[in-house]
Write a protein of this length. Sequence first.
Lengths: 251, 426
Amino acid sequence: MLKIIDLHASVEGKEILRGINLEVKAGEVHAIMGPNGSGKSTLANVIAGKEEYEVEKGQILLEGEDIDELSADERAHKGVFLSFQYPIEIPGVSVTNFIKTAINANRKANGLDDMPAKDMLKMIREKSEMLAIDRKFLSRSLNEGFSGGEKKRNEIFQMAMLEPKLAILDETDSGLDIDALRIVADGVNALKTKDNAVIVITHYQRLLDHIIPDFVHVLHEGRIVKSGSKELAHKLEEKGYDWIKEEVELD
Amino acid sequence: MAFENLVDVESPIHDVRSEAIKTFEDEGFPSKRNEDWKYTSLNSILKHDYSVFPKQENHTEYRDIKKYLINDIDSYKIIFIDGKYSSHLSQTTHEGIDVCLMSSALAKPKYRPIIENYFNKAATKDSISSLNTAFSQEGAYIHIPKNKLVEKPIQIVHFSTGNESALMLQPRNLIVVDENSHVQIIERHQSLTENPVLTNCVTEIFAGKRSIVDYYKIQNDKQSASLIDNTFIKQKDESHASVHTFSFGGNLTRNNLSFYQEGERIDSTLKGVTIIGDKQHVDHNTLVHHIEPNCESHQDYKGIFGDRSTGVFNGKVLVNKEAQKTNAFQSNNNILLTDKASINTKPQLEIFADDVKCSHGCTIGQLDEDAMFYMQSRGIPEKEARALLMFAFSNNVMNSVKIPEIKQRITKIIANKLGVNLGFDL
């Protein structure tokens, strides 16, 4: 699904990613953890195609295709989805109209006609029910005046509607209380199939109690310094990140 | 200029006209030395040899103009072709209200009291307005007597056919709305060919006690057309008047919009969306004069400037010493899409009362790159994402449009201008 080879990326001349190697196969859930400033969000944004980030070296292959030259929307058309750490407010554009526009843009890019209104409404109803989203919420302006939890739930709603192949969840747990966390996690788990993959980026382990990762990677100063199973996340929760830093420095 | 022999000396407004001619002859067109015209030069549009009184009668069919009207609502229509009233395209009325022509109001004795009380009583005596006062021959005359809720909006549309190689139009509209009445008016100036047109329009509006007047200006003309639009509104106690100005087209557009609050508990709303490109120029010059206590004014202008286009916002709020408890708000936000586009924005507050709330703010920025990335990451291509952001940016202004069909029309015009199909109405 996704293969990242020796990826170096910088923003405003400052190198943030310093040689990332990562392979995510269909059906897998990967967690990327690490202390603040280790490059987690940068990695998410670089995969999704944010323009301010400059890939200096290395490759990002999506199903074997180098996506470096593709714009963010073209990557989305190929099935990449990023759940934002800080979703943007778009006044005057309702959640429903936004998602309709997005779905039909993706369909158009893939040579399909607009989704019939009836199917769209049905899908919106199903997915919003799954995420316990109130109908009234759907006619509100996108993210405008939403609480932290509402914003994150809305991100997962968009993910559910767009059915991406590769979903990257950037700090989706921040700002969520325990109930909202469970709803969001259940939503992600319900969307999980053997054909798609999820990368969960998080500082804490608590989301990983609900979305169980197959692999956990620790990012430190722009490199993956340790990879392991879900037990690694527990160890990080208990011991913090300092022991990893020490290990790295010993190397 | 010796136009005097073309002016009807029997007219009830003969003296007003003579005076206006003198004013214009003394002052001429405003130059950039005039502070109010510092950023808008008329030189380029005055170089054409405009004919002022078109000779040819023009035959224009409904199918030629249909797309410029708002058709999906039942409305009165006052349609002018090259400055002349077109009876077969119009739908006027005298049933309970007068929706008709300035020329007949000026000619018939029964309208004389209204003309004498109101004609040229709101317009300022500046040279541009005087030019119109001197030579205008036609326009809309609307009188709504008290306690009338006019259910059908009134569309005033001035077309130019381009049969004259260059045409100058001087439409003159008078709108008198008496106590407790409510009216909605849509105004548009539209040329049908690429020949140069200069329109210098004056509209006077008198909003009586507790009346509601909602006025919408759709400016989406061809780039061969320029418009100087002068609108003066006098309001009495507890009246609500609003003007929404949507500026998308034209070569040079200057909007002079002045509100005078002659009473208490008055509400005035001035809103605008400007989206232009190429070398277009749009200038909003507004005045709200708070004369009496306990009144409000709300100004909200949004501008998006692409290519080498230029914008001006000059918003003056004047609060008299007597006008205590005034609430005056002004906001002007602009987005520059290129580094060749520019905007000059200048709030001007003159406050002589001490117990008032006045706020103003202006911003100039670019489209939010984070928001662009957010939308593109959902698969929305750059052009559509840009359009959505522009809609979002103008949303505050669109929200207060009370006629849904106008909102839809404006949405469509913007979408066309940006070359996108959004697939939904905002």
